[in-house]
Write a protein that binds this ligand. Sequence first.
Ligand code: ATP
Ligand code: MG
Length: 348
Amino acid sequence: MTKKILVLPGDGIGPEIVAEASKLLNALRQDHGLNVELEEAPVGGAGYDAAGKPLPDETLHLAKEADAILLGAVGGPRYDTLDWELRPERGLLGLRSELALFANLRPAILYPQLASASALKPEIVGGLDIMILRELTGGAYFGKPRGIHTRDDGTREGFNTIRYDEYEIERIARSGFEIAMKRGKRLCSVDKANVLEVSQLWREVVEQVARDFPRVELSHMYVDNAAMQLVRAPKQFDVIVTENMFGDILSDAAAMLTGSIGMLPSASLDAAGKGMYEPIHGSAPDIAGQGVANPLATILSVSMMLRYTLNEPTLADLVDAAVSKVLDQGLRTPDIWTEGCQKVGTAQ
Ligand code: ATP
Ligand code: MG
């Protein structure tokens, strides 16, 4: 059956990088029998320009109908003075919550060709290929009660609640095991079970889900230790699964192990495996329209789409190999350029 892909170029460098990824999808369709149809819609600032809001009704409708979404990036200085509800970023948050995209996957892969760009020594980080799975719709970011309270004497307290329902832990844990099954079959669940009750429940539920995945080797780690281990010996990990805030922090730390922001893709999935795929970087208004943006994070997002939503792991491998080959050939956008390489851009 033909799968529908909704393409949302967005703002800034979004249209440039998504154009390259669309070329790739069309080539996979023509040359490798990938059965997809592409449709395009405005979101973010482009949504505001076209329909007066960052997530136009028609775009949301198409997003709900699509099997997968490819997003460029949203935002730009032109929209900075708009009311909060009309800001481009609201379009993105609206999509995440409307589509219940609770599982955020962020791979951290170091391409050997870019090893000198890493924050760590080659012997520690060489060959790095880990996946961080962050719970995206629960925890402290959404938990209630929350607020800043002024007492009668004028002193104040701020408070948030880290809350997880069993079913929320179950579904993210299940995703973690499923992803581990497709990779190195090792899953590390990160929590703070020595201090937090919510983490104790987290650990219990993860253990329960583990019974359905006897082939995956499960370990648990406290988040403070995980932060240290990511920097000390990152290659010990295969898949890390963790709650929203721990995942936010750990995935940014892991991203720095790999060099350029222009190389890092991400996926946000719902319970049925439908997903939104996007580079982790933003709309980069400082370089928009110059044809110098690195399209590889978006191209690698297509690879994730092939792997996690379209069930085409062979084609995903093909895309990954093509990226590696381009780097082998010494072709580099300016963000990853080093002496001796050839500078390329996207405007041709
Ligand atoms: P946002 O709030 O949307 O995340 P930001 O301003 O925080 O945006 P980015 O838009 O990601 O961050 O830009 C950060 C820096 O990285 C900028 O200097 C930008 O030019 C650069 N950059 C981001 N993406 C790319 C890319 N694909 N290729 C080259 N450089 C990039
Ligand atoms: Mg940013």
